[in-house]
Design a protein around this ligand. Sequence first.
Ligand code: BGC
Ligand code: ZN
Length: 374
Amino acid sequence: MKAVAVTPATKSIGIISHEEPRIASPTEVKVRMIEVGVCGTDKEIARFDYGTPPAGSPDLIIGHESLGEVVETGAEVKDVKTGDLVVMMVRRPCARPDCVACRAGRQDFCFTGEYTERGIKGHHGFMTEFVVDDERYMTVVPPELRSIGVLVEPLTVAEKALMQVWDVQQRLPWGCVADLARAGEFQSGHCHRAVVLGAGPIGLLGALALLTAGFETYVYSRNSHDDPRVALIESFGAKFVYSEERTVAQLAEEVGNIDLVYEAVGASSLAFDVMKVLGTNGVFVFTGVPGRRAPVEVDTDFIMRNLVLRNQIFFGTVNASRENFQAAVADLARFRERWGDKVERLITGRFPIEAHADLLLGNTGGTKNVVTIT
Ligand code: BGC
Ligand code: ZN
């Protein structure tokens, strides 16, 4: 079968011929791939800044944002059946008996770093015709979400972040969204304000998840006025703030108390600037992985004073659990209900497998491009 692979030793990217996988254990499932999304991580792998082939293999089949259809199931498979649409999780647990996270099925919190990630680290990915995996790594997507199912994996970033925000904010009385709106105290019906940094796929999906969770949502990004994303974001009900036109201080003035920052650009100097305007009892979530640039100066006293005097929390988040995948499927259904076909517009291009090189090298433009396999 055909597969798109990177070969770090020769720094090449291309279509290889790979043996079709077969079900080898009774809980495994064979999936025909339908679509595979391309993201920033894939582009880094294609630049050979990241990514590791499986042990003993010169190449790594790329792709971790999946949507496929079950074509065969092992004898003991219970949760999926032939014909189901599924999305596969990315990370597989490490083998260490003492990794409490992996042993509990929470490899998204692996302690050892010896996990593998399909299409990224030590394990082949999904940009190929067929994949076999254990059913425990699969989440079923209802057929009516077929055209946007490939967005489940990138949406899991926001789902994991939000679940942690709810956990963290249990530390104080924070549940006011519905109550205060009912009491007529907040005209908009929101009392929590979130700022999303960046309008790439992670930022846009994060904004939709935040809107759906009841946040008054601002997207701070440096797009041009005619960027179609701006109108799209506004039509979803979020407010767009141009970073070229508004300073971080002006952003804070416009928003009021910033309860949550959802960072989705991977630009550390911007992030630390915005950290200075995080509100009282606020939470700052980092999701981006910055490249290493020259060090920047940061006003550490100011930030630390705020951290303490305003009860703030900063955390980083990577990868996602099975529960986060299920939450992403449920949220995609809510997005579809609320915004209809507009959600489709988050996918800016669909391409045949032959377009892989331009897609992976970032020559194609658009925000979220997808490779159509079947
Ligand atoms: C993937 C995550 C993965 C991370 C780091 C992201 O693009 O969505 O699943 O953990 O890259 O490799
Ligand atoms: Zn582990």
